[in-house]
Structures are given as structure tokens and as C-alpha cells.
Ligand binder design. Structure first.
Ligand SMILES: Nc1ncnc2c1ncn2[C@@H]1O[C@H](COP(=O)(O)OP(=O)(O)OP(=O)(O)O)[C@@H](O)[C@H]1O
Ligand SMILES: [Mg+2]
Length: 292
């Protein structure tokens, strides 16, 4: 078993090769009401994710983080721009091609309570994607055993229902399901936000360990900058549908270049009351420098 530090160090070996390229991505949604104008949610987003790399995506609520993930997964229509995965344009992929791509592109959502079908056993939940790709029942059963082992759940978990597990354990099941088809990119949309702090740590360690072993890439969406910093090689900051800053995780989270990122950093909660007050003052002072 690897320690967190080892897993972290190993997962830092991202290659230079790009796996996913997003260029000038625009997404808009119909406005509410009669002849309302469409709302432009993504306004020309550029993003690159390399093999084995984690790109953290931070920004305030409503800035478009989930929409980027959903566009990559083909779950929202793209108005213009391109999304290229491993050299192939996927924003224009057919439904059949999308289904095949779901082997390579997976997602882990925030809420482990609603993302698992409550009436299926864990074994069935994990076997479903395998059977769907034509893997026979015997092989699927053995792969389910490996997956449970992989996320540190006991083998007898296969026969139980989601409600018999804690939030952290369910999120392990969700991770196992996302990994079942050995994907190359996983969109992690606030994967630990619904978990308590100790459980967050173990789930994050698990994601790092899996990356070190398999070389999977992550798009890691979170509003928690400290979580993003410890998980990511690079960080992209989104503000009102535009990426305002991208860079090395350490640099963006400690010495940001863009005034919006500085405001975001100052908004992160800290335990120390005096520090909190100092930040509030700085935030008020720097708010004046913010464009738009
Ligand atoms: N299907 C939809 N139809 C209409 N508007 C939508 C739809 N999905 C998202 N939006 C709008 O797009 C904007 C961006 O939403 P998105 O979910 O991407 O934000 P987010 O950055 O993930 O926020 P949060 O941190 O709260 O999850 C929001 O204003 C939201 O209301
Ligand atoms: Mg979201």
C-alpha cells in the first residue's frame, strides 16, 4: 500500500502529451420566458489536460464549472468551439460514438446519495457498465471483486444496497463505478464536498492512489481551494464563464496573477478569527480593482 506522499509524488509524473483540448468553447441556455435572450454561460473557454494530469477548476457558484464538465461529457449542446479528446473531435460525436467514448470519459458527482440507483446492489451497480460493453457475466463478477478491492471496500459489499453504506463508502462505490471501464479522463465534480473532513481525506487519497497506478487524468472541480491545491498539477480559474487564469497549482493558489483569483483566495474560510478579519479588509480593498 502506498502512503499519501508516495501516491502524490507518483501522480505528479504527468506527461507533456495533451489528452483533452478545449478551444473557444461557447455554451448558452435558453432564457426564461417568451422570447427571452439566451444566457451565455461559457464565453470562449480554453483548457488543456495532459495524460496523467489533474487540472483543478475553481470559481464561484454559477461561474460555469459544472457546465464545462458536462460539455466534455457531451451532456450539454455546444454553441461553438471545439473539444478534442486524444486527437478526435468529440463535440460533434454521434450518439453511438458517445456511447463508445463513455469507456474513456467518466464522471464522479458531488452527491453519493442520489448518484447511485437505490434499488440495485453494489455488485449490480458496478457490473452494469461492464455488461453494457459486452463483457460476460463471469468476467464482470471477477472485475467487480477487483474494483471493490481497489476502492478498499470489503468483497461482501457486492451483495448490499447503497442505503447500507455511509456517504464516504457510497462515494467509493461511485469512484469504483467510474473506474470500471478503465477510463482515461474522469470529471470529478465536487467529489468530496458532501463528505466530512476525515472522509474527504481518505477519498482524496484514494483518487491520488488510483491516478498513480493507472495514469488517469482528472478534471477536478471544487470550490475548496485547499482541496484543489493538494489534488492538482495545474489550476484554472473561471469567472462568469471565462477562464481568467491558468497555471501551476502552487503558483495560482499562493501567488495569483489575476485580481479575481486574489479575491477568491481571500474568500476562502480560515480557522483563525484575526486572519479572517485581515482577509475581509483586504478583500474589501481589492474589490475595487476587479474588472466587470
Ligand atoms: N440546463 C440549464 N439550463 C439553464 N441554465 C443553466 C443550465 N445549467 C446551468 N445553467 C446556468 O449556467 C450557469 C453556470 O452553471 P454551472 O452549474 O456550470 O455553475 P457551477 O460553477 O458549477 O456552480 P456551482 O459551484 O454552484 O456548482 C448558472 O447560472 C446556471 O444557472
Ligand atoms: Mg457545479
Amino acid at each position: 500500500m502506498m502512503t499519501t506522499a508516495e501516491a502524490g509524488a507518483a501522480s505528479r509524473q504527468a506527461t507533456e502529451e495533451t489528452l483533452l483540448t478545449v478551444r473557444d468553447l461557447h455554451v448558452s441556455f435558453p432564457g426564461k420566458g417568451w422570447r427571452a435572450a439566451r444566457t451565455e454561460v461559457l464565453k470562449g473557454v480554453d483548457l488543456d489536460i495532459r495524460h496523467g494530469e489533474t487540472v483543478g477548476l475553481v470559481g464561484e457558484s454559477g461561474s460555469g464549472k459544472t457546465t464545462i464538465g458536462r460539455a466534455i461529457l457531451g451532456l450539454v449542446p455546444v454553441a461553438s468551439g471545439t473539444i478534442t479528446f486524444d486527437g478526435e473531435r468529440i463535440d460533434t460525436a454521434s450518439t453511438a460514438r458517445r456511447r463508445a467514448l463513455s469507456r474513456d470519459l467518466q464522471v464522479i458527482f458531488q452527491d453519493p446519495y442520489t448518484s447511485l440507483n437505490p434499488s440495485l446492489t453494489i455488485g449490480d451497480i458496478l457490473a452494469e457498465p461492464l455488461l453494457g460493453q459486452g463483457i460476460d457475466a463471469r468476467e464482470a463478477r471477477s472485475r467487480v471483486g477487483d474494483l471493490l478491492d481497489r476502492v478498499h471496500l470489503p468483497a461482501d459489499a457486492a451483495g448490499r444496497l447503497p442505503r447500507e453504506f455511509s456517504g464516504g463508502q457510497r462515494q467509493r462505490v461511485a469512484i469504483a463505478r467510474a473506474l470500471a471501464l478503465r477510463p482515461r479522463l474522469v470529471v470529478c465534480d465536487e467529489p468530496v464536498s458532501a463528505l466530512d473532513l476525515t472522509t474527504q481525506r481518505t477519498v482524496l487519497d484514494l483518487l491520488l492512489e488510483i491516478q498513480a497506478d493507472t495514469g488517469v487524468s482528472y478534471l477536478f472541480v471544487s470550490h475548496d481551494l485547499s482541496v484543489v491545491r493538494c489534488m492538482s498539477h495545474r489550476v484554472a480559474v473561471i469567472h462568469r464563464g471565462e477562464i481568467v487564469e491558468t497555471g501551476d497549482a502552487e503558483q495560482v493558489t499562493t501567488a495569483p496573477r489575476h485580481p479575481y483569483t486574489r479575491t477568491l483566495l481571500l474568500s476562502a474560510p480560515v480557522a483563525d478569527v484575526a486572519e479572517q478579519r485581515r482577509r475581509r479588509e483586504q478583500r474589501t480593498a481589492s474589490a475595487g480593482q476587479l474588472p466587470g
